[in-house]
Design a protein around this ligand. Structure first.
Ligand code: URA
Length: 216
C-alpha cells in the first residue's frame, strides 16, 4: 500500500513546499520542525488503521467507553537524517519503544556507492507494529536493508515506512523486495539523478537538518 499524504489539500503540502524551497530550507530549525510536523501527521494517519480496543474510562462523574490503541508501535529511524521525522512520530506515539540504525552511503572512487549499516539498537519486534522514519526514499536500498536488518530482531505484525519525499523508482524497489511494507509519503517525485538524488526533491535532508559532513 502506498499513500501520498500530499494528494489532498492539507497543511502537509505547505510543510513539504517549505522543506523544498531554497529560500526557506536553510532555516535549519524550521526545516527540522517541518519534518517533525510531517511525522506528527503521518502518526495520526497511521493510527487510524492500527488495532484498537475498547477501554472503560472512569471520569469524576461517570464512565466513558473509548477506543484506545491495543499496543504502542516500535518507532525506528535511520541515523541521522531520520531524527526529526522520528521525533514527530514519537510526539504522537508518546509511549512507543524505539529502534535506531545507522546507514550511510560508502562512496567508491568510481563514483558508485554501497549502503553500509553499522549501529543497530532495537527491541524485540515479534508481533509488534514497526514504523520506520526516513525522510528521503531515493533508490530504496537503505530502507530495504534496514527492514531486513531490523526483522532479524523478530517478525513484526506490520511494517510502515514514513518518508517525506519518495521517488517512484524507490517505491518500486521497496515494493519488490519488501512487499509487506506500507509506504506513507509526504509527496512523490518522478526523477532520480545518477548520484541517486531525488528531483525536484529538496537536496540533502541530513545536511539541511544538521549541517554538512565530511565525505566517507
Ligand atoms: N537523500 C537525500 O537527502 N536526498 C535525496 O535526494 C536522496 C537521498
Amino acid at each position: 500500500m502506498v499513500i501520498n499524504l500530499c494528494k489532498e489539500h492539507s497543511l502537509i503540502s505547505n510543510w513539504i513546499s517549505e522543506i523544498r524551497d531554497v529560500s526557506i530550507q536553510n532555516d535549519r530549525m524550521r526545516f527540522r520542525r517541518n519534518l517533525e510536523r510531517i511525522g506528527e501527521v503521518a502518526a495520526y494517519e497511521i493510527s487510524k488503521i492500527l488495532p484498537h480496543q475498547t477501554k472503560e474510562i472512569k471520569t469524576p462523574l461517570g464512565v466513558a467507553n473509548h477506543l484506545v490503541l491495543q499496543s504502542q508501535p516500535v518507532l525506528a529511524t535511520i541515523l541521522r537524517a531520520g531524527l526529526p521525522l522520528h521525533q514527530g512520530l514519537l510526539n504522537y506515539f508518546d509511549k512507543a519503544d524505539n529502534a535506531f540504525i545507522s546507514a550511510y552511503r560508502k562512496h567508491h572512487k568510481d563514483g558508485s556507492f554501497e549502503i553500509s549499516l553499522e549501529y543497530v539498537s532495537c527491541p524485540d519486534l515479534t508481533n509488534r507494529v514497526l514504523i520506520i522514519a526516513d525522510p528521503m526514499l531515493a533508490t530504496g536500498a537503505s530502507l530495504v536493508k534496514t527492514i531486513q536488518q531490523l526483522e532479524e530482531q523478530g517478525k513484526p505484525a506490520a511494517v510502515h515506512l514514513v518518508v517525506a519525499i519518495a521517488c517512484t523508482a524507490g517505491i518500486d524497489y521497496v515494493q519488490r523486495l519488501a512487499p509487506h511494507a506500507h509506504i506513507w509519503c509526504g509527496d512523490i517525485d518522478e526523477e532520480l539523478t545518477a548520484k541517486s538524488y531525488i528531483v525536484p526533491g529538496l537536496g540533502d535532508a541530513g545536511d539541511l537538518a544538521f549541517g554538512t559532513k565530511m565525505q566517507s
